[in-house]
Design a protein around this ligand. Structure first.
Ligand SMILES: C[S@@+](CC[C@H](N)C(=O)[O-])C[C@H]1O[C@@H](n2cnc3c(N)ncnc32)[C@H](O)[C@@H]1O
Length: 299
């Protein structure tokens, strides 16, 4: 894969990280998988790949995420670029959940690191991870199998999914919005609003916009075509535009942030955090038969 040579990542950090990564075991893993065959089982012909996704390189890798190389190396690199500790940062999203979800959708799930944690936190919930790259989904499914977690992986575009209105109690996205143009991020928030039941929660974990604005050089560390737009924006404001209430952003170790919003309950001008008792859906594929929302606060 061709990579750009002029980012701080390529010039300084990548050689250090490469020393830390067990490239041999990654190579063995990569060679043990029939990527084309396994990715074909996820690939859906009705998914149109948007131009922003393939017209730019991400992290200096040509072709972005639509290849097995990205799926193999993503976790190995990400553990070193989400300070101070990747698991703590992802746990901050889990800790910010205020609903007891029956059905969870993780948008731009990638290799499923946050998706797996969501399933571990809510073993009874149906958890779906959605991503534009079938190769990332192959890696995600391998991880779920190793962890013995039953998660559904879905090839799709987070801007326009095939799911019914009001079919999820919780929608999440981690490390997605710094990689999408602002119009796409806004479309994803509108789609999330449509997908959530009333009282349902959205959580967006990503780089800390205030910090990225203050430390402009951080934006040059990686080849990230949309990170400046992301830093200049406000996830809070975008959530408000999409119709969410009770929007609040929490700093996570200064470098990251988690933004939470709730889809308002019609006719109720106070956003309730506890609105009923958690009940397992008998048919997880269709929540529309249930009075919504049907969940309570986490203990
Ligand atoms: C930086 S990775 C984050 C992956 C994962 N959420 C995590 O926390 O590690 C961004 C992911 O978003 C996916 N992606 C980008 N745009 C998307 C879209 N419009 N719909 C679905 N997935 C998208 C990419 O394929 C990639 O796997």
């Amino acid at each position: 894969m061709a990579v750009r040579q002029d980012t701080i990542w390529e010039r300084f950090l990548s050689p250090v990280v490469r020393l830390l990564i067990d490239e041999e075991s990654l190579r063995r893993y990569a060679e043990s998988v029939d990527w084309e065959k396994e990715s074909a089982s996820f690939r859906r012909d009705d998914v149109t790949i948007p131009s922003y996704y393939t017209s730019q390189n991400f992290h200096g890798i040509e072709g972005g995420y639509l290849n097995s190389g990205a799926a193999v190396t993503y976790d190995a690199i990400t553990q070193y670029v989400v300070p101070p500790n990747e698991t703590w940062v992802r746990q901050a999203l889990i800790d910010a959940i205020i609903v007891q979800p029956r059905r969870i959708l993780d948008l731009g799930c990638g290799t499923g690191s946050t998706t797996l944690m969501l399933k571990q936190a809510f073993p009874q919930a149906e958890v779906i991870g959605l991503d534009l790259s079938p190769y990332m989904l192959v890696r995600a499914e391998h991880k779920a199998q190793s962890a013995k977690l039953d998660i559904t992986w879905r090839h799709g575009n987070a801007e326009k999914t095939v799911f019914k209105d009001a079919s999820f109690d919780l929608v999440t996205a981690s490390l997605l919005f710094h990689e999408t143009p602002p119009t796409v991020s806004q479309a994803i928030l509108h789609e999330s609003f449509r997908l959530l039941v009333e009282g349902g929660q959205i959580l967006i974990l990503d780089g800390n916009q205030k910090t990225l604005r203050q430390l402009e050089w951080l934006n040059d560390v990686f080849e990230e075509p949309y990170i400046r737009d992301y830093a200049a924006g406000s996830v809070d404001a975008s959530m408000g535009t999409a119709g969410f209430a009770a929007v609040q952003t929490q700093d996570i170790w200064w470098i990251n942030q988690v933004t939470s919003g709730v889809k308002p309950i019609l006719g109720d001008n106070t956003i309730k955090k506890s609105v009923g008792q958690y009940a397992r859906a008998t048919d997880n594929n269709d929540l529309e038969d249930f009075g919504s929302p049907a969940f309570g606060t986490k203990a």
